[in-house]
Ligand binder design. Structure first.
Ligand SMILES: NC(=O)c1ccc[n+]([C@@H]2O[C@H](COP(=O)([O-])OP(=O)(O)OC[C@H]3O[C@@H](n4cnc5c(N)ncnc54)[C@H](O)[C@@H]3O)[C@@H](O)[C@H]2O)c1
Length: 312
């Protein structure tokens, strides 16, 4: 399709949403943001959306927003983003992901069926995959409510493409990191260091992840919107490389100049945490995707932000 003229980002004040907003603004795309919370990304130096509506989805006002702005594309970057929270409160996770996704698709069907809809999904849907690298057509076998709910959202995205011919697609993101991220393993390491706690992580340290820097997530989402297939199609979004938690933890602490700080592992597997992940990214590469941030460069950027921000 032609270059986007306008885009609506749901969850525009979140970690990924805020980076999307700023990047699309830089490309001269008119950006509308919706979030239930006010922005708190002051230290990030990101551009705000042209228009912002504070709203907790689902909300009937959403239909009016679609009518008013008629965006070429809608990206759903809202919703809960924590495996642990989904285990303690699966209802909260279900409402935030499945109900919101359904509500948005249904509003698009009624008001703006020509707009492209992109749902942010997660590698959590793969659980412990049978083989690596993980292709998009690998079986879905989630091991957390978060993963199951992402699976249901993807099914809705497919339903609205197949039954109602909406232009929908999915980006299955692996382990995201970058400036602004205040959760997950790298952030936990820094928090424990700041609290002067012994840094003990779950697992053995030999578990692996495919880390993707937020700048590459934004690039990948843009490519899927502009060049991808929109018939419920799914694209892995990752770096295509595997690194153990032990290695990345050491690498990250070195980037923070904490060369003498040690990391320990409890040997206890955290519920919902998979063992090994490495994505097959050939499908998105065919759209022209090439990760621009290797681990070295990405960690440098993240560590720089943490040092400047002081985790405030
Ligand atoms: N961060 C990751 O490592 C990662 C990996 C894979 C997939 N994802 C997915 O990407 C999406 C965004 O993740 P993130 O890390 O940016 O999360 P985040 O928590 O930083 O941002 C989510 C934003 O959405 C807003 N929001 C939540 N529920 C809302 C609602 N009902 N109505 C309006 N606004 C709402 C929040 O206020 C927040 O600003 C999530 O769906 C997440 O599951 C994230």
């Amino acid at each position: 399709m032609a270059k986007l003229k306008s885009i609506l980002i749901l969850g525009s004040n979140g970690f990924i949403g805020a980076h999307l907003v700023s990047w699309f603004r830089d490309q001269d795309v008119f950006v509308i943001g919706i979030d239930q919370a006010e922005a708190s990304n002051g230290s990030l130096n990101l551009q705000p959306p042209h228009e912002f509506v504070r709203l907790q989805l689902p909300d009937t006002q959403f239909t009016e927003i679609l009518q008013r702005y008629q965006p070429d594309a809608v990206v759903n970057a809202a919703g809960p983003a924590s495996v642990s929270n989904s285990l303690t409160d699966p209802g909260m996770d279900f409402r935030g992901s499945v109900e919101v996704c359904f509500h948005v698709l249904e509003a698009l069907r009624q008001e703006l069926p020509d707009s492209i809809f992109l749902q942010l999904s997660s590698a959590a849907l793969y659980g412990n995959p049978i083989e690596l690298p993980i292709q998009e057509n690998a079986p879905s076998q989630p091991i957390s409510p978060y993963g199951y709910h992402k699976f249901i959202c993807e099914t809705l995205v497919e339903e609205y493409a197949k039954i109602y011919k909406l232009q929908t697609c999915v980006a299955r993101i692996f382990s995201a990191f970058g400036p602004g991220l205040r959760k997950q393993v790298l952030w936990d390491i820094y928090q424990k260091y700041q609290a002067k706690d012994k840094i003990t992580l779950f697992g053995t340290g030999e578990e692996t992840r495919d880390f993707i820097y937020v700048g590459d997530i934004v690039q990948g989402i843009n490519l899927v919107l502009e060049k991808g297939d929109h018939q419920g199609n799914i694209y892995n979004l990752a770096n295509g490389t595997e690194v153990s938690i032990r290695v990345i933890a050491r690498f990250f602490l070195d980037k923070l100049n904490l060369h003498d700080t040690e990391v320990f592992f409890s040997g206890i597997n955290k519920t919902g945490d998979p063992q090994k992940w490495r994505a097959d990214i050939r499908k998105i590469q065919e759209l022209g995707y090439t990760p621009k941030y290797d681990l070295e460069r990405g960690l440098e950027e993240y560590a720089k932000w943490i040092k400047e921000d002081k985790g405030s």
